[in-house]
Design a protein around this ligand. Structure first.
Ligand SMILES: Cc1cc2nc3c(=O)[nH]c(=O)nc-3n(C[C@H](O)[C@H](O)[C@H](O)COP(=O)(O)OP(=O)(O)OC[C@H]3O[C@@H](n4cnc5c(N)ncnc54)[C@H](O)[C@@H]3O)c2cc1C
Length: 383
């Protein structure tokens, strides 16, 4: 049983603890799922999470709009990741893909949220392009006004849920100003003519992922989220909410690696005694436990700060994401080491954790970019 003593920290309220209990029981009964067909598995996971009511925190309730609760998002991701990386992915994308609508959408756009929160529609977040990943403000995709419509042309890549999504939140250049101030956000239903999956992408921890082409994709002007030229600000606001949750998922993977390691070194007999009796092994276990707890403090500090009403948590979220993902990588690497040959055997849980963790240090702002953010915020605070 994973250490869940963090739930008694003062960051949380009883409703968070109750949510964690309910979700833990659901996970124990339903996860992990078979990953051999990731499209089918994700569709089933979204439907099952929706049926069980666990997608409701992923977006605001259009009938009673309250701010997103970042602590609930983090607890959900941490718990799901500890049981099954694909389940965490399925949950996370329902939030990231609709984040712009939750934060800035019109009542008409928010009708999508009834479906995504119920697991009846799948969402995706389409920001990255082949020549602008970290350098988002340099995006090339255009959205040109034509009467009552906008016409979108260009490419998006690395789009999670690409190919299975029902709606895409798409960022494109509308040209009000050069760079970041000339980008707008749009809701684009997947069946809009001209929107195609150009390529499916395979990665080390498979999930639905695609490069998309937009060939004169026409959407009504009412599809724009926020105002013209606000897209970059909207994207950053969405990432401000969801970045800490990437740290939470990393922590879920790390906690699972720690649990597996504790069981392993307690049971494995070497040199006539449990592996745990070796002091160097105890040192590794101590490092792993310390990394997990320190990451948890940063993640839940960021989540609590946002929930307590901070307009932005750029510094806190960047610290949480950077530290939790980097340290989770180190924790999982130690787990692989302490499992010996089993640690690299295909299909072993720590082998899958080793693959699952890597992309988290790249997407939603690479680790190096988070360092730049933290340094700038620190210099800004000092001046
Ligand atoms: C599995 C996966 C899922 C993804 N899902 C989505 C999605 O759903 N939607 C979406 O829009 N995008 C998604 N992405 C894209 C992701 O956000 C980008 O890959 C990421 O922003 C990095 O962009 P890039 O790949 O173009 O790398 P580049 O921008 O070329 O950067 C390469 C490396 O350069 C370094 N670097 C970059 N900038 C700096 C800097 N300022 N200072 C120091 N070093 C720097 C970093 O080490 C970085 O990893 C996903 C990516 C992956 C791998």
């Amino acid at each position: 049983m994973a250490d869940r003593s963090f739930l008694s920290w003062p960051f949380f309220e009883d409703r968070h603890r109750e949510h964690a209990e309910r979700l833990e029981a659901w996970c124990a009964a339903n996860l992990p799922v078979d990953h051999s067909d990731v499209d089918a598995a994700c569709r089933r996971l979204v439907a099952a999470l929706g049926d069980a009511g666990f997608l409701t925190p992923s977006a605001i309730d259009p009938a009673d709009p309250q701010p997103l609760d970042v602590r609930t998002l983090c607890i959900t991701r941490e718990t799901l990741a500890r049981h099954d990386g694909l389940a965490d992915f399925a949950f996370a994308m329902q939030g990231l893909g609709t984040g712009a609508i939750s934060l800035f959408g019109t009542p008409e756009q928010r009708q999508w949220l009834e479906k995504t929160r119920a697991g009846k529609a799948i969402s995706a977040f389409a920001l990255s392009e082949p020549r602008s990943g970290s350098d988002v403000a340099n995006m090339e995709m255009t959205a040109t006004r034509d009467g009552d419509d906008y016409v979108l042309s260009g490419e998006k890549t690395w789009i999670s849920n690409g190919g299975i999504a029902d709606l895409y939140c798409v960022f494109a250049r509308t040209g009000e100003a050069p760079g970041a101030k000339g980008i707008s956000a749009f809701v684009v239903p997947a069946d809009t003519p001209g929107l195609k999956v150009a390529e499916r992408l395979e990665v080390i921890a498979p999930h639905p992922l695609a490069r998309l082409s937009f060939d004169d994709v026409r959407v009504p002007a009412s599809s724009m989220i926020g105002r013209p030229g606000e897209g970059f600000r909207i994207a950053m606001s969405v990432l401000d909410v969801f970045r800490s949750t990437v740290g939470a998922a990393a922590m879920g993977f790390a906690r699972r690696a720690l649990d597996e390691t504790v069981a392993r070194v307690g049971n494995r007999e070497l040199f006539g005694a449990p592996l745990f009796d070796l002091q160097m092994v105890q040192g590794h276990v101590a490092d792993m436990a310390l990394d997990v707890d320190a990451a948890a403090l940063l993640v839940y500090r960021a989540a609590w700060t946002k929930d307590a009403g901070a307009a932005r948590v750029t510094r806190e979220a960047a610290m949480a994401k950077l530290y939790a993902t980097d340290r989770a990588q180190a924790v999982i690497d130690k787990a692989v080491q302490l499992h010996g040959g089993d640690g690299v055997r295909r299909g072993h849980i720590v082998e899958s954790l080793y693959r699952e963790i890597r992309a988290l240090r790249i997407y939603e702002g690479a680790s190096d970019v988070q360092k730049v953010v933290i340094a700038r915020q620190t210099m800004g605070a000092a001046s």
